[in-house]
Design a protein around this ligand. Sequence first.
Ligand SMILES: Nc1nc(=O)c2c([nH]1)NC[C@@H]1CN(c3ccc(C(=O)N[C@@H](CCC(=O)O)C(=O)O)cc3)C=[N+]21
Ligand SMILES: [Mg+2]
Length: 303
Amino acid sequence: MTDIAARLLDGKALARSLQNEYKKRIATLEPKIGRPPGLAVLMVGENPASAVYVRNKERASSKVGIASFGQHFPVTVTQTELEVAIDLLNADDCVDGILLQLPLPSHLDATALLYRIRPEKDADGLHPVNLGRLVRSEPGLRSCTPAGVMRLLAEYDIDPAGKRALVVGRSILVGKPMALMLLEANASVAIAHSHTSASDLCDLARKADILVPAVGKAGLIGPELVKPGAVVVDVGIVRVTNPDGSHHLTGDVDFDGVSRVASAIAPVPGGVGPMTVALLLENTITSWVTSWERRRSEAHAAL
Ligand SMILES: Nc1nc(=O)c2c([nH]1)NC[C@@H]1CN(c3ccc(C(=O)N[C@@H](CCC(=O)O)C(=O)O)cc3)C=[N+]21
Ligand SMILES: [Mg+2]
């Protein structure tokens, strides 16, 4: 067998160049709007993986000129306290994006909190209004990870139209919106999930031209599950503890094995993760511009 190295879908590099564009855009518009865009990331408890993502988001925000209104709550925080925090951010004219880091401890009702975020500030695209817009193929704020995957495919001129796509996983954060976005891009989409049998997963995966695992199970996708020439976008995130107690990040895909079979592959780390952060910034900037335009046209109407 000849080893054909797959093209690397370099999310890290693309995210870096997107961030440079965001930075310029903000620098141009800030004098007109009179304030920077604002993003509030709400985190509950001490999940170390979550802490890494929150830090990445805040670092990226400050790099492009987005003001952070992050709040970190103890694991004992009550539903009411979070509702109050969300209400204040909803009403704060300096805050354009609100992200509630998931998962939450089980004593909290995450759905009720997500529904409480004003759809105009829903930087994560998880409010039912924004999910409904996605189902209808209307513009709106969209879930950052799947939107980042679509942007990454576009950057490498990979057009899903007419291709068979398989999404593995059906979470509201990734799997479902991912399937809808691939459908919108005219792929023939299948979804495998925890009730899909191993043999069905194998059949579906081996037929897929575009394979998007989003499960969080290291080694789930080996080369035997990949159609030669397929595009593989790894959305799984697994935090592995090394023998010395340190940690490293890996995805659902056996990268070395699969990169000999696939035509293109997005790695973990360095693929979808940085794109998720980039699209979060982009959603925040979109909300910032939209709310400014709305206020301007209201002011005009009042004259
Ligand atoms: N409401 C909500 N929205 C989310 O978007 C959300 C969430 N909750 N909960 C947790 C997951 C996870 N997530 C990541 C974001 C960035 C990286 C990321 O930047 N990864 C880098 C490097 C990570 C590192 O520094 O090691 C990479 O893959 O190269 C990873 C994971 C967003 N999530
Ligand atoms: Mg599932």
